[in-house]
Ligand binder design. Sequence first.
Ligand code: ATP
Length: 310
Amino acid sequence: MSHAAFADSVHVRAPGKINVFLGVGGRHDDGYHALATVFQAVSLYEDVIARPADDFSVTVSGVEDIESVPLDDRNLAMRAAKLLAVAVDHPGGVALEIRKSVPVAGGMGGGSADAAAALVACDALWGTGLSQARLHDLAARLGADVPFALHGGTAVGTGRGDQLNPALARGRFDWILVPSEQGLSTPVVYERLDLLREDEGALADDPQQSLDVPIPVLQALRSGDPAQLADTLFNDLQAAALYERPDLAETISLGVAAGALQGIVSGSGPTIALLCPDPETAQDVQSSLRENGLDPLHVHGPVPGARIIG
Ligand code: ATP
């Protein structure tokens, strides 16, 4: 099927992400913190269907807490469509249908995946045929995590997280994700990190301070060995997320006791990501967490970025 202009609809799927490493530096004047991170796209997807319309509109269905997703210009997918329309001088609008699977405000970049999917969907629907480089530029203007949702796979992000370089990753990593009913606000977690650091008198807020992804993280990804990767999982936001949600430490302990190699707060949380040695152990961990009243999901990574599926 051709996706040139005048298609009836375009269906795009984009993945949520885990940060297998997240180093946070000082705060820039624009409020953003310097980051050095490794993203991995995982098999939990957002579906966005774009249909021709005179105006711009968005509907959302899927996960819990759907009512907290805005349906106006604050919606990242809507903003993506409008940004593309201005960039390419598209005269009409678009009706976007978002089917969410990524938890809202879960630290897995669900809104960013919606934005990346909307860019790809509208580009195809309107037949604008932008290059990957131009799509990447528009994505970066929408949010620091949006370029990665376009890109997918495993990648190193620097700057605000939006300057991407692919990382070699062999094989497949099995993760158990434990979403929370209540989301955590990303700005609140960063503010908490700043306060904790002030208290410790640690890390001056020097945005120029150099931040790097440690070589062992990249080696572990290249090896494809989950045990090696488990030893290098790290998140500078974890202490701040656990401060806001102390119960999450218990979720990590339960997962590790059930056979996971290691657990980590995903991004700004509150989703917990537990790295498992193989798919069978992941199923055991999932069953055990279910018995504890949690609602775990079994996913794997890396998977591709935003792509047209229909
Ligand atoms: P971040 O990318 O900042 O780490 P997150 O992954 O924790 O965010 P998201 O689900 O992407 O969380 O969204 C965080 C907030 O952004 C939501 O609470 C909501 O108010 C707003 N938002 C805007 N557009 C969307 C969208 N399409 N889907 C979900 N939330 C959205």
